[in-house]
Design a protein around this ligand. Structure first.
Ligand code: SF4
Ligand code: SF4
Length: 345
């Protein structure tokens, strides 16, 4: 990994250089909070945000997309030609980069890669930025508080400068052409260390750092806790909508008004939706809110770990804010703490 330092005043030049060749999506201020949105000017970018309402996931895995076209009379099928926009996701936090890395395991680095996802991921540059955690952030519990890969540049704030980790030639060339990257001085290396320590100390230490969560999930599978938690669920699916790592989808065939042509669409779905596990004949494998909430937590904190060797939840805290019924992974961690599970401090 190559490291260089740039002045914070050079960030607008860097953004503008990306804008010259790509659509740039970055955190901007909206009425409700911060959101990832295409920008029109480098001045739109806010890098000192705590979190955005939803993640930048939709720019790689859109909430709705056509997969193929069909003719219902002739049964002809035509592959949909995706028009990919070369894009830069600018100002992405480590948790969201780690979430994209998890989506890669599902859609890209797998036995049958998804061509739509792969095409978008390959034409997207990711520029990460360091953050100071908010009260609902618990990425450190899962080790998602640092991004070790999955980005092209990563900007770590050190005073009036940024230490830039460089991991792609494409982004390095743009950095070189638009800024004056220089070697870090010893003082800047020390400042980086201090900033990392300050960040660690800023996490909400009331959120329990429990060891072996997956094992505990199995041990407490039938505890009344799940009924209590599930009974509050409104089935609104807001948790999945804001989550950077949820990837469940439905396939829907939509006929054109002429009743002849049509398209097969992929649309986001959610395991907390009452119909999610309903099959032909009407049987529902997860008929109760308890079943659904427990399933969601198990997939996040147990099942994905078993198959992909890492938690699906990256601890971004968005569902903590989005869920009106106060159902989230922190609740699960606190439940284990009440049960006397060891703290790892
Ligand atoms: S489950 Fe909640 S905290 Fe975990 S990644 Fe999804 S939105 Fe973030
Ligand atoms: S867990 Fe919360 S956000 Fe998710 S569906 Fe239930 S009420 Fe909605």
């Amino acid at each position: 990994m190559l490291y260089r330092v740039i002045d914070a005043t050079e960030i607008p030049q860097l953004v503008q250089a990306f804008m010259d060749s790509y659509e740039v999506v970055a955190p901007v201020q909206s009425d409700q909070g911060y959101v990832f949105s295409p920008i029109e000017s480098p001045d739109d970018v806010v890098l000192n945000y705590v979190t955005t309402i939803s993640s930048p996931k939709k720019y790689i895995l859109p909430s709705e997309e056509d997969l193929l076209r069909f003719n219902a009379q002739t049964n002809e099928v035509t592959d949909y030609e995706e028009h990919i926009t070369p894009r830069v996701l600018f100002g992405v936090h480590a948790c969201d980069i780690n979430a994209l890395n998890r989506l890669d395991l599902v859609f890209k680095d797998c036995e049958r890669p998804d061509p739509y996802y792969v095409a978008r991921r390959r034409s997207t540059l990711v520029v990460g930025v360091s953050c100071v955690p908010g009260p609902n952030c618990f990425c450190r519990v899962w080790g998602s508080d640092e991004a070790r890969f999955g980005y092209d540049l990563f900007l770590s704030k050190i005073g009036d400068s940024y230490l830039v980790s460089i991991s792609s030639v494409e982004a390095a060339n743009i950095l070189e052409a638009s800024c004056h990257p220089r070697l870090a001085t010893d003082d800047e290396r020390f400042a980086f260390r201090q900033a990392a320590r300050h960040r660690q100390e800023s996490f909400n230490h009331d959120i329990p750092k429990i060891q072996d969560v997956a094992l505990l999930m199995d041990a407490f599978h039938d505890d009344p806790f799940w009924e209590e938690l599930g009974s509050k669920c409104l089935s609104c699916t807001a948790c999945s909508a804001v989550c950077p790592s949820c990837f469940c989808f439905d396939l829907v065939d939509e006929l054109d008004p002429d009743g002849v042509g049509g398209s097969r669409r992929r649309v986001w779905d959610s395991c907390t939706s009452p119909q999610f596990a309903q099959v032909t004949g009407g049987y529902n494998f997860r008929a109760t809110p308890c079943d659904r909430v427990r399933h969601r937590m198990y997939h996040k904190l147990n099942g994905f770990l078993a198959t992909h060797d890492r938690m699906l939840c990256v601890g971004c805290g968005r569902c903590v804010m989005a869920c009106k019924a106060d159902i989230n992974p922190i609740k699960v961690l606190k439940f284990f703490e009440e049960k006397g599970a060891d703290r790892d401090e």
